[in-house]
Design a protein around this ligand. Sequence first.
Ligand code: NDP
Length: 306
Amino acid sequence: MRKAPEKNTAVAFLGLGAIGMPMARRIADAGFVLSVWNRSAEKAEHLAGSGHARAAATPADAARDAQIIFTCLPTSAEVEIVTFGGDGLASAMSRGSILVDCTSGDPHASRSIAERLQALGVDFLDAPVSGGVVGAEAGKLTVMCGGDAAALERARPVLQAFGSRIILCGPTGAGHAIKALSNALLAIHLWSAGEVLVAAAKAGVQPSIALDVINGSAGRSNSSENLIPQRVLTRKFPATFRLALLDKDVRIASSLARESGTPADFIELAHELFARAHADLGDEVDHTAALQVIEREAGVTLSATP
Ligand code: NDP
C-alpha cells in the first residue's frame, strides 16, 4: 500500500474562486508545498505573494511534480478542459498522483474523467464541499468523496487542511451526486422560506418576527436560521455563492432524479424556478437574491425594518 502523504507532499490547486482561494490558502498554511494556477493570473500571483505558494503558468506547470492535484472550478466542463485541453493537467501528471475534484460537478463527467486518467495511472476522487466561504476559511468544510478508499486515505491529510468532515460516499461520482441532491434541498428550503415570509408579511407579520417563530418551530432550516436573516433581511446579498452555481446544482439533481426514475416533483420545480431566477438576475448575484423574484411578483420587500 502507498504511504499517506507527509507535509512535504507537493500539492497543486487550480481554481482560486470564492471558495477555492480560502481552501488553497488553508493547504499552504498547513505547510504543504503548493503550486497554484488560476485563469486570471493575478489571483495566483496574489497567493504566491504571501510566500506560501508558487504561481504556475499553466495547469500542466502546476501539476508537474505534484502528487495531489485539486481542481475547484464552476462545472465539470471546465475541469475537462483544464485536465485534457492544451497544456492541461493530464499532459504533466505523473503515475500514482491523484486528481481531487472539489468542483460541484456532474457524476457522468466524473466517471469519464476517472476512466481517462486511470489509463495514465492517475487516481481520481470527486470531492465537492459544503460549508461556504466561512467554512473554508475556518477549515470546517464537509468533503463528500466518490472513488477509491485507498486514494482517499492518501489525499486525506491534505483534505484535512480545509475539511473537518471527510466522508466517503461511494464509487466515483457519488460525491458529485450527493452534493447536487443536497443543494436541491437548499434550493427548495430557500425558495419555500421566501414564499412563507412573503405570505406572512401579507398577513401582517414582519419578516423578523416570522423568522423568530419559524426558528423555534419544526419548519426551520439553514435558510431560515442563517441565510435569510444574514443576507436577505439585511439587503446585502453578499455574492459568496453565485445563483448560477446553485442553478447548475439543481439541474444536475433534476437529471439524476429523471435518469433514475425517481418521482421528484419538488426537485423539478426547483430546477424550473432557479433556472428562471438565474436567467432573470444574471450570473453574478448571490443565490439568496433568487428571493427577489418572489418579492417582485408579490410587491413585498423582506427587510429587517418595517
Ligand atoms: P467562482 O465563480 O467564485 O470561481 C470560479 C473559479 O473557476 C475561478 O477561479 C475562475 O477563474 C475559474 N474559472 C471559471 N471559468 C474557467 C475556465 N473556463 N477555465 C479555467 N478556470 C475557470 O466559484 P466558486 O469558487 O464559488 O465555486 C467553485 C465550485 O465550488 C463550484 O462548482 C461551486 O458550485 C462549488 N461550491 C461553491 C461554494 C461557495 O460557497 N462559493 C460552496 C460549495 C461548493 P477566474 O478567477 O479567472 O474567473
